[in-house]
Design a protein around this ligand. Structure first.
Ligand code: COA
Length: 379
């Protein structure tokens, strides 16, 4: 019998088909339903991209109006959920509080078990509408401030600033933030999306799948990297210290430089050059040019010495920092966006479902017999 081939981390394995997005590593392109993501970021608001991911086509003016009305009308969270948010420890990580809040949303929804596509689209919209409210309320409560109610006359990006800071910033800041949401929205079978698909493949429900996906995204090898990038930049402090920092990091064998590398893109992340432009706009607007200088030094050295390119979290981390967001809120903001991709995949998985159940090559001890307790020896 031939030895089974093991694909650690499922690297290089095609687990299913998907029509939602495609990563072209050869040409450094990412498309959502055929549209290059940079074109979407340049021409569309995030709400249009959410519609595209759920319906396969960009909305007409009328369709967008109706879609936004539904989204804006559901932004308020329930008094019960607000009470839950008030119970959290002030030091709890915002990804943990968000994960718990989303799970709680499932307990509030009597239609949770209905996995028909129309029912799941409704739930996806409810999640998209309320996740920003949860993140902003949680941030304010942990800082001793009262939550600010959502407004229906603002776009999703504008409303998030309003609920978080109490004001909507200049349009350049909103534009940069909105574009980051589009870049973060979808990326095929990444770890958190695959987690969501695995969970729902048992015919579990959308809230369970999103709760699991949030847990997966939290890790620093995945979404948590946007926080880790900013911690790294703050640790470096000044451009004059950057070269020595990266040289030392690369001299120690095992040190990962956060915001670099990607499982699929080996010649550069297609979204990075576009998001980097937005980050540079932010740096100029907010007097943060030193972060550009530090990032340039690290990126040049990583390419020269390791041939590794930055990923999307590299420009996003400092861009969010310059907008004034707390670092632990960066990954929850990623969730605000990726909820669209996750739920599109959940609906796609359920449309042609097969329980996900891979095999493992057993490499434990050979079969043996259970000894009575008085005959066992401590291992
Ligand atoms: N810093 C330093 N070295 C890195 C690196 C990084 N960020 N990313 C990859 N490498 C090195 C690995 O150490 C490995 O070197 P080796 O062959 O000498 O052991 C080589 O590049 C291949 O890396 P590997 O871990 O096999 O790639 P992967 O496809 O499994 O990993 C990531 C992809 C994303 C997990 C990895 O690049 C990483 O941990 N990056 C940092 C975290 C991050 O930014 N995550 C966000 C991803 S969008």
């Amino acid at each position: 019998m031939t030895e089974p081939q093991i694909a650690k981390g499922l690297a290089g394995i095609y687990a299913d088909t998907s029509r939602i997005s495609k990563v072209f590593d050869e040409t450094n392109t990412l498309t959502y339903y055929g549209y290059p993501v940079q074109e979407l970021a340049a021409s569309c608001r995030f709400e249009e991209v959410a519609y595209l991911l759920w319906h396969g086509e960009l909305p007409t003016g009328e369709q967008l109006k109706s879609f936004e009305q539904h989204e804006r009308g559901q932004r308020k969270i329930s008094p019960k959920l607000l009470t839950v948010l008030r119970q959290f420890d002030k030091d709890a990580h915002p990804m943990d509080t968000l994960r718990t809040a989303v799970s709680f949303m499932g307990t509030e929804d009597p239609t949770w078990a209905d996995n028909a596509p129309e029912a799941n689209l409704k739930k996806a919209l409810r999640l998209m509408a309320q996740i920003p409210t949860i993140i902003a309320a949680d941030f304010r409560l942990r800082n001793g401030k009262e939550p600010i109610a959502p407004r229906e006359d603002l776009s999703m990006a504008e409303n998030f600033f309003h609920m978080y800071f109490g004001e909507v910033p200049q349009k350049e800041v909103v534009r940069c933030f909105d574009a980051s949401l589009t870049f973060y929205a979808e990326h095929s079978f990444n770890a958190s999306t695959f987690t969501a698909r695995v969970i729902v493949s048992s015919l579990s429900d959308i809230y369970a799948a999103v709760t699991g996906a949030i847990g997966s995204l939290k890790g620093p090898l995945h979404g948590g990297a946007n926080e880790a990038v900013m911690h790294m930049l703050l640790d470096i402090k000044e451009p004059s210290l950057a070269q020595a920092w990266i040289d030392e990091a690369l001299s120690g064998k095992k040190k990962l430089v956060m915001g670099f590398g990607h499982r699929v893109y080996k010649n550069g992340d297609s979204r990075v050059p576009y998001m980097t432009k937005y980050f540079h706009d932010m740096a100029k607007l907010k007097d943060g040019e030193k972060w550009i200088e530090i990032e340039n030094i690290l990126a040049k050295t990583m390419l020269e010495k390791k041939n590794i390119h930055p990923n999307l979290d590299y420009p996003v981390g400092p861009a969010y920092y310059l907008m004034g967001f707390d670092i632990p809120v960066f990954t929850p903001i990623f969730v605000m966006s990726r909820i669209t991709g996750w739920t599109a995949h959940i609906i796609e998985q359920l449309s042609d479902n097969k329980l996900v159940r891979p095999l493992a090559v057993y490499n434990g001890v050979p079969q043996r017999s259970v000894l009575p307790i008085d005959k066992r020896k401590a291992a």
